[in-house]
Design a protein around this ligand. Structure first.
Ligand SMILES: [Zn+2]
Length: 449
């Protein structure tokens, strides 16, 4: 049943170039024809998308699916279901699993897990830490089984320090590879100093809004400036993950086209959506690293995204159990589940006038595909893999606990009403999600880069 061909009629098809009413024909996993007034063939299943919006499947190149090793809080099977419900058809998984993905062999093992269980398309990062950074060149770094290198979620060494704290190690990485190096950028020494000051003042009871001052603007800007200088020295492809400050965003070029930029950056959805005021309501639930910062930063990030200082949007979907989150400040784990609500969150930023529909597609589908060189995805184009989302922008939905797919079983949005609803998600031409239901038999594919 899932292998049938489809004709999607009369929907508003969004791309970075504009929004037009189009009919879309899908067969054999790909887009066959995109046009007007297409007539159905007898074998085709016709979907009436009148009044609905059609997006290329979103590509989220920053998720933490926690498997192998941490499957008590997330698995490829559960989190990829959340992806489909959030309009996401491709994810890239970060290396801080157990074991950490620190070699091409471990990349292959994770890909095997994904192949069996992922309900959406996928790619996997190769991790960098103190354990492997001086001898990366012993690996085949042209291997396209991994999408890029990153330290995200990994402590560089046992001390809690990050790769960004070690300029000599970062230089060693840059000198060994031309591949994209995606970096978590904060200065740990400054953060520790701030933590100490707050612990002296509050003891165990540090308020969560202090997170914005502890993991401060200064700590982010300092680390990003330092990393950029080194990347420029080596002419390296440095990508800064989840920017949280407007000051950092202004360090990145906005004129060059994405494919000509050597130093790039992304922003994650919590930092576009929340600001320091929201800690009062949500506390630990919106504790992320780097931290959610001021309202001026949130607005600045949205501006920088629109002006192309920032190249694309990710979720940094990073599930923890509620028990792991609801601890005192110093013990509460940073991160949270966001994948299931990515498109509704973006559409709420559209409704409030911060992002156009075209910008959403550019920054959450087209640019991640172009940047990582993902073949034939990110666009609704003839011959491309048929990854597509149909959303109703006039159909509100309330987030309920029992509808969550993430294994951790909670969302900061519980009880919240989003004014749009993801109705259908197709991957590789198969209907994989329909009105709250996952088609259990559908699996994604490893993307080609
Ligand atoms: Zn992350």
């Amino acid at each position: 049943m899932s292998e049938r061909s489809f004709l999607i009629k009369n929907g508003w098809l969004v791309s970075s170039k504009g929004t037009e009413q189009r009919d879309i024909r899908i067969a054999n996993g790909v887009f066959i024809e995109i046009g007007e007034h297409l007539s159905a063939k007898p074998t085709e299943h016709v979907i009436d998308a009148s009044g609905k919006y059609i997006f290329p499947g979103l590509i989220d190149t920053h998720v933490h699916f926690r498997e192998p090793g941490l499957s008590y809080k997330a698995t490829w099977l559960t989190e990829s279901a959340a992806a489909l419900a959030g309009g996401v058809t491709t994810v890239f998984d970060m290396p801080n699993t157990e074991p950490a993905t620190l070699s091409p062999t471990l990349v292959k093992e994770k890909l095997a897990l994904a192949k069996q269980n992922a309900r959406c398309n996928y790619g996997v990062f190769l991790g960098i830490s103190a354990a492997n950074c001086q001898e990366l060149s012993k690996f085949d770094l042209t291997d396209t089984d991994f999408v890029a290198l990153t330290d995200d979620g990994l402590y560089f060494s046992g001390s809690g320090h990050l790769l960004a704290d070690h300029p000599e190690a970062l230089e060693a990485v840059f000198s060994q590879t031309d591949r994209i190096v995606a970096l978590h950028s904060e200065d740990s020494a400054l953060i520790e100093q701030n933590e100490k000051a707050f612990q002296e003042k509050y003891g165990q009871n540090i308020p969560f809004e202090a997170h914005a001052q502890i993991r401060s603007e200064e700590a982010c800007v300092l680390a990003t400036q330092r990393a950029l200088q080194l990347a420029q020295k080596h002419d390296a492809r440095l990508h800064i993950l989840h920017l949280t400050t407007y000051k950092e965003a202004l360090l990145f070029d906005k004129e060059l086209s994405l494919l000509h930029k050597k130093q790039t950056c992304e922003v994650s959805i919590p930092h576009l959506y929340f600001s320091v005021e929201d800690y009062v309501k949500y506390g630990a639930l919106i504790k992320y690293n780097p931290s959610i910062k001021s309202k001026a930063d949130r607005l600045g990030l949205l501006k920088a995204l629109n002006e192309n200082h920032i190249d694309f949007i990710t979720t940094d979907h990073s599930p923890h159990t509620l028990e792991e989150k609801q601890q005192v400040y110093m013990q509460s784990k940073s991160g949270g589940p966001t994948l299931q609500h990515l498109l509704p969150m973006l559409l709420s930023l559209y409704e409030t006038g911060f992002l156009s529909l075209e910008k959403i597609v550019e920054k959450a589908a087209e640019n991640p595909a172009l940047f990582y060189g993902i073949q034939k995805r990110g666009f609704v184009k003839k011959g491309f893999h048929a990854d597509l989302v149909i959303a109703d922008l006039k159909k509100p939905h309330v987030v309920k606990n029992e509808d969550l797919f993430s294994k951790c079983g909670w969302s900061v949005f519980e009880g919240h009403t989003f004014s749009s609803t993801v109705e259908m998600t197709f991957i590789n031409g198969q209907l994989a999600y329909h009105e709250g239901k996952i088609m259990d038999e559908v699996r994604g594919e490893q993307v080609s880069i």
